[in-house]
Design a protein around this ligand. Structure first.
Ligand code: SF4
Length: 342
């Protein structure tokens, strides 16, 4: 009798739920995910059956989120979503970036939810817990099909991504813009190559992301850039901020927003381990700056003030000042990491 892995969920057409996955991992670690497919990027992909597609959230400037995937192979060290992987009994370190859950039935469930008479067509935020255009989207096209369903359901959306693959979906995004209204927020915290390589190891080059913004805007879509999070000591110098704001302006972004990194729970633990391992001399400074979840107000205001001055210099619209702001862009609430500001 094999000692391990155990058949912890039934084989066959029925895929496990996220609860099944959590139970399996709790009992036997990620080795228990015997159906997970290992692909060329060395990540393992586990299909799961979701019971709901739209997630109700509170305390955000939006009420609904949609995440086709859980975990993200982009693997940004500062990612606030790392801490959510513990919901599946996985760690916020390597497993967040290498064991990805794929909600294979997401679009069917979403379509049913959008058809309910009680659905009020409130804004849905995509990209709040993982990147909807991480590489596996090229295979499953769950984000693309979800956008099409949301267009049919006349439901406005906001998308945050670091994935230039979003340009593949210009056609469905234009359909969506005509039926309900969509805004695309490309995350480009910095164009500094060292900071990019160190902090966002699995992402596309920042200029590739900015070229995607250019393509989206040229196509007639409302697309801009979030310089978020700006990471103290890595991307916060005036020179790096200026190069980034100038590059954003050069690529025709319709708006720009920014905020400074915050650290919480598993994300905090992961980030501090990363600093301790690779930049030990910086650790005391980070521990002081991040004695709490947010760095001191004065520091955040200083960085944001610098970015605002640069935005004016390069003629960029602040996201909250955008002339064409509409109901798809809720009020900004402070303090929040900009990944949650829409
Ligand atoms: S791309 Fe976004 S979701 Fe993915 S690891 Fe980076 S910050 Fe997290």
């Amino acid at each position: 009798m094999p000692a391990f892995p155990l058949p912890l969920f039934p084989l066959g057409p029925q895929k496990p739920t996220t609860r099944d996955i959590a139970n399996a991992v709790k009992a036997g670690g990620t080795a228990a995910l015997t159906e997970a497919e290992r692909r060329a990027d060395e990540a393992r992909y586990q299909e799961v059956t979701c019971r709901s597609a739209l997630n109700r959230v509170e305390g955000m400037p939006f009420n609904w989120t949609l995440n086709p995937y859980r975990g993200c192979t982009h693997g940004c060290h500062y990612c606030f979503a790392r801490r959510y992987h513990v919901q599946f009994e996985m760690n916020a370190d390597d497993e967040f970036a290498s064991v990805i859950l794929v909600k294979h039935n997401l679009v069917e469930v979403l379509t049913r939810e959008l058809d309910r008479p009680s659905w009020r067509r409130e804004l849905v935020a995509l990209g709040t817990a993982t990147d909807p255009y991480q590489p596996i989207e090229g295979r499953y096209k769950l984000t693309r099909r979800a956008i099409a369903a949301l267009a049919r359901g006349r439901t406005p959306i906001g998308i945050v991504t670091k994935g230039p693959m979003v340009v593949r979906d210009i056609d469905v995004l234009l359909d969506h813009e005509r039926s309900a209204g969509c805004t695309i927020y490309m995350s480009v915290p910095t164009v500094d190559e060292d900071a990019w390589r160190l902090l966002e190891p699995g992402t596309a080059h920042p200029l590739q992301r900015l070229r995607a913004v250019r393509d989206l805007v040229d196509a007639g879509l409302k697309a801009g850039v979030l310089m978020a999070p700006i990471v103290p000591g890595f991307s916060s110098s005036r020179a790096k901020l200026e190069r980034t704001v100038k590059a954003i302006a050069d690529h025709g972004a319709r708006f720009v927003g920014c905020n400074v990194m915050h650290l919480q729970d598993g994300t905090r633990a992961h980030f501090m381990r990363f600093i301790e391992r690779d930049f030990p001399s910086m650790l005391p400074r980070f521990e002081k700056l991040y004695a709490k979840k947010y760095p001191p107000d004065a520091y955040r205001k200083e960085v944001q003030g610098m970015v605002r001055a640069l935005q004016q210099r390069y003629g960029l619209t602040r996201r909250e000042d955008a002339n064409d702001r509409d109901t798809t862009e809720p009020e900004v609430k402070e303090p929040e990491q900009v990944g949650f500001r829409w």
